[in-house]
Design a protein around this ligand. Sequence first.
Ligand SMILES: Cc1cc2nc3c(=O)[nH]c(=O)nc-3n(C[C@H](O)[C@H](O)[C@H](O)COP(=O)(O)O)c2cc1C
Length: 348
Amino acid sequence: MQDTRDGAVLSSAGESNFAPPHRTRGVFNHNSFERMISYDPATIAHPQLHGILLSGVAPRPIAFVASRSTEGAVNLAPFSFFNAFASKPPVVAIGPAVSVRSGKVKDTWRNILDTGECTISAVTYGILHQMNLAAAEYPHGTDEFVKAGLTKAEAATVGVPYVAESPFAMECRLIENIELFREEGGNGNLMLLRVHRIHVKESVLTDGKIDPRKMDLVARMGYHWYARVTPDVCFELPQPGPKCGIGLDALPEPIRSSPILTGNELGLLASVLSMPQRDPTFAQPQTTADLLEHELITGNARGALDAALRQGSPSVWTLHRIAQAFLRQGDVASAWQTLYLAHPTIAP
Ligand SMILES: Cc1cc2nc3c(=O)[nH]c(=O)nc-3n(C[C@H](O)[C@H](O)[C@H](O)COP(=O)(O)O)c2cc1C
């Protein structure tokens, strides 16, 4: 461990049981051996802490919260301290802060405490700049629906409109407001809200279910960064539930210590419920491919295997690369069979 400026401490990350240094792959390779900078929240300046915290707790959904003052003025503001915490009954929470500099509270917070009601609309890319406009500190009583040029849709169970341009909106009532460490100068609030009605635009449904590829949601990251959820970044990954994969620790050593396969790829291999049986027919060629590197580059795993077998006695690492190509196609069964060709004695 080594102290740096601002109370941050440099350390190396925890030892992993298996991971060789190259074990992850992404746009950026974050490896288990990289040095970490550690911060003690009690000793760093609040603005710096805010940026660091919210860069790691990201991406965050954005609640476009509409509320009404006791005088009847409608208010609209975005909050990314926001999430769902239960679905039966549905409970969400937002975190309107108190200004550290002036002690000023948000109109949203005051209004929800006073009336007990609000609506929350999802923020899409199509209303991003209108959302940003509504985040400005307009004088108390300003209707940000008007300032942002957004349409009021009438709610069914609360006296506050929601944003008609949004594909998803909830009508909420306050359960409880928890002031967070106010006695220590803390500036947070946690407003727990029960959802009494949900509205969804039909246009975002596929086969009756909300399709994330049709929502076009935006999320808040750290500092001034946002993320847009476009169809190309969406993918499905079913939860394992009660079915337990064998786990990385149960992978045979020659696979676990592969210099080719990444942690993610080992994770896929290790999610089988038991190691598959060897298929003696797997090594019979299915294609006429004979250019190994070409097939690997074009992501044709089966072609690569056939080419390698045609060339005769492929090396262990060539077979690991071909197994990797199968895994990238999501074909876990063929990856296992390829690894059995590399290590015939490990097959059950
Ligand atoms: C994307 C986004 C997310 C925000 N999230 C929060 C938040 O979680 N908590 C907070 O206190 N302010 C947050 N703000 C700032 C408020 O929206 C801003 O202070 C606004 O003026 C509050 O309006 P009000 O006083 O009408 O409630 C956020 C601003 C933006 C642009």
